[in-house]
Design a protein around this ligand. Structure first.
Ligand code: SF4
Length: 480
């Protein structure tokens, strides 16, 4: 999926798609563990990386760029402490200025407190303006800073005295329609919260080394894992040196897990929303194959790597046709959608994929991608394959047509910029230079993502009002 800079779609919201990690490590030097985890969550954001670690006192270290460059080994080795949080960032609204790199740390009432988050807070700017009027100062424009400052403003006591319930109540009342996973580090304690709609995944792991939280369980890989728990929508976890406690703080009228986490954002090695990402993509490929016309034939099928890989394997197995690697991804290039400027993206496509001529020349090819957004990447790739001698290129998308924006942190272009908006398959094929185009029919998405707990709104032509769900904070007596 190749998304675009979308700062002006709807004025009163911000957008982010990021990765978080944090927790408690017995070894007294959690910072290198955070770096390792962020490397495994790098696919969730490549503009900047940061960590904040320590015990009572916190050391903040963050820089622009990929984790390997942003977090220098020699420097993080010297950041001691059992507790910490980390973040990889993709910015849209907040901009990629250094002030917006997460985590955010504040010194308040003689204590350090830091926060990072993944998601989107609609109307965050209104809360920011309100806090500014009350005299609060902001160093950047990211919504993470708004969340942290609003906690400080609402709770008015030392961060070490903020209870889990205090923070949960504040998140519920200040950000009732937010799509977020928040990780907060106060004195010798890390807490994490997943909003009641559950748009973004949040995982917990008890390991031999300690207790950790991550956006995806792939972040725990390499640790000696004893137990993994998916933090449910409206749940959070509190981690101290004495152990952890998973608590429920809100119940949802409607759970809305983002299907694009499964289709594209998450690592294929992850298990999120109680599903293997790889298995879901494989199934989508199989279903897409079954939607082909009986008389459709081709010589070979291959994916746009990497997110299309499992889908292409499923597609080929279902049709009994050969699978090959016709496009090689240059692993040294960043994911194209992670770059927030369109000019960077176009250049990236040509540097990112290298055609394998022997698998392409003279062949009728099915090219399988996770989705088509603007179509700019697809047209570049189709052109690349035809230049390499392909006889025909048939584009297939394992997601249905994207025809709407996302209010929940995913940076999708305006409707008018979306290639599928108000266009037939034939018109789309013509625009990208392919011989044919097919999408997974929307109704078949439920074959893999069953039930009512999935958000599929970017495939449906809804108005902004339809996006608003109702959250019901639990009464105090209901908080476990
Ligand atoms: S609208 Fe689309 S991208 Fe946004 S949360 Fe829903 S499924 Fe995900």
């Amino acid at each position: 999926m190749h998304l675009a800079n979308n700062k002006n779609i709807i004025d009163d919201k911000v957008h982010e798609e990021c990765g978080i990690f944090g927790g408690y490590c017995q070894c007294g030097n959690i910072a290198p563990y955070i770096k390792c985890a962020l490397l495994k969550l790098q696919h969730r954001g490549q503009e900047s990386a940061g960590l904040c670690a320590g015990d009572k006192k916190q050391t903040l270290y963050k820089n622009p760029g990929l984790v390997s460059l942003a977090l220098n080994d020699a420097e993080i080795k010297n950041i001691s402490g059992n507790f910490g949080i980390g973040h990889v960032r993709y910015s849209t609204f907040g901009g990629d200025d250094k002030e917006n790199i997460q985590p955010f740390k504040v010194f308040y009432m003689d204590e350090d407190v830091s926060l990072a988050h993944n998601g989107n807070i609609p109307q965050a700017h209104k809360i920011r303006e309100k806090l500014k009027q009350q005299g609060e100062k902001f160093s950047g424009s990211s919504d993470s800073e708004i969340i942290l400052k609003s906690l400080i403003f609402s709770l008015k006591k030392k961060p070490s005295e903020w209870s889990f319930d205090d923070v949960a109540q504040c998140l519920n009342s200040n950000f009732p329609h937010g799509a977020y996973c928040v990780i907060l580090y106060t004195k010798e304690r890390v807490m994490a919260f997943r909003d009641a709609f559950g748009y973004r995944p949040l995982m917990f792991a008890r390991c031999k080394q300690g207790d950790f939280i991550a956006s995806e369980d792939v972040g725990f890989f390499g640790l000696d894992i004893e137990r993994v728990i998916e933090i449910a929508p409206g749940q959070g976890v509190e981690i101290t040196c004495k152990g952890y406690e998973v608590k429920t703080f809100a119940k949802s009228e409607k759970i809305s897990q983002c299907v694009f986490e499964q289709i594209y954002f998450a690592s294929a090695a992850s298990n999120i929303f109680s599903k293997s990402v790889y298995a879901a993509r494989y199934e989508l490929g199989k279903i897409l194959a079954k939607c082909e016309d009986k008389d459709f034939s081709h010589d070979v099928a291959f994916p746009v790597p990497d997110s299309g890989l499992a889908c292409a394997i499923g597609y080929c197995e279902a049709l009994g046709v050969p699978f090959c690697h016709g496009l090689i991804r240059n692993v040294w290039m960043e994911r194209s959608f992670i770059q927030p400027q369109q000019n960077k993206r176009n250049k990236n496509v040509r540097l990112k994929f290298i055609p394998v001529k022997s698998e392409i020349e003279g062949k009728k090819i099915v090219l399988i991608d996770d989705s088509l957004v603007r179509g700019t990447t697809s047209s570049e790739i189709v052109k690349m394959l035809k230049n390499a001698g392909a006889a025909e290129v048939h584009m297939r998308s394992v997601s249905p047509k994207i025809i709407n924006n996302c209010l929940w942190g995913v940076d999708i272009p305006t409707k008018e910029e979306l290639i599928s908006y108000n266009k037939t398959d034939e018109q789309i094929a013509k625009q990208i230079g392919a011989d044919s185009v097919k999408f997974l029919p929307l109704e078949r998405l439920s074959d893999v993502f069953e039930g009512e707990m999935w958000c599929k709104k970017c495939f449906i032509n809804t108005s902004a009002d339809d996006f608003v769900n109702v959250r019901t904070p639990l009464g105090k007596e209901e908080i476990k």
